[in-house]
Ligand binder design. Sequence first.
Ligand code: NAD
Length: 300
Amino acid sequence: MSSTPSRSVAIIGAGVIGLSWAHLARDHGWSVTITDPAPQLEEWVTSEFGSDDALVSWTADLAEAVTGVDLVQENGPERLEIKQTIFAEVLAHAPADAVLATSSSSIASSLIAEGLEDGTRLLVGHPFNPPALMPLVEVVPGTDTAPATVERAIALYRELDRVPVVVRKEMPGHVANRLQTALSREAQYLVEDGVVGVADLDAILQNSLGLRWSTIGLFEGNVLGGGVGGARHLFEGVGAETGRIALGAPSTDPDVRERLVTDIEAEYGVGEEAYDRLVEKRRVRTEAVLEALADVEADS
Ligand SMILES: NC(=O)c1ccc[n+]([C@@H]2O[C@H](COP(=O)([O-])OP(=O)(O)OC[C@H]3O[C@@H](n4cnc5c(N)ncnc54)[C@H](O)[C@@H]3O)[C@@H](O)[C@H]2O)c1
């Protein structure tokens, strides 16, 4: 491997998302500095990367972590005031041309920028969990974000083999999580109402929409659903009928919610063993799908 890293990134917050970004960047030959005020920082980093990885370092000092980097990727707690405090310090110490990104799932960068002197280099770079596996990064500029920052963020995420997609308007949950929420609400309703069990709901999803959407898009599928008449035919025919179906909503009754959680835990387990098992299952299967799709792309 080259002794000079191509790029450098500061990973702020060594939780689920921060450590996964760190793996991605490190595996692409980037120099990675991880910072987190938690006293377990060293333990967390060394248990993931060992203690003598030439590309990975850690420090509790945020200013030191962001000095000289190309990209700051913030993954701290989902609290506006914490993110504002973090980015105020980042602005004071990161290079003038660094992209300053928050992984936030729900906080707009315009809100974070309200507490800052300069919001032109700040944006949301929202990964889908886990960032090391899932290609998507939703790039969401705020009202102050400079167009050049968006372009630079896109270029940096592409260097990490991610698929950055610009979201044109700030919305809670951006796009992917809003879609997930819509589907999850109906799934919870259907199980709570006794229409289908937890495992069967997942079997239905994995053997229909999940498989379809890993190969072609939703609107692309609409074209096929309408035959040679395409999406217009689908929307006017079958789609007009299914579009009239009244959807349900998850129960607000704590007993009903408890039964749902108990059913999910009975099916998949809970705790460290279950977590590790499911993380590994997800990794193996996701990599297999991505590799198969890359082979198809290469052959076409
Ligand atoms: N978990 C997900 O599925 C997911 C997906 C995409 C984006 N996100 C976003 O990523 C961010 C992190 O989420 P997570 O699930 O990794 O959370 P997490 O709780 O696993 O990790 C948060 C980390 O931030 C650290 N921290 C606390 N105060 C800090 C400070 N002042 N400065 C720096 N670090 C601090 C904590 O010690 C912890 O290690 C959030 O903004 C979240 O919205 C989460």
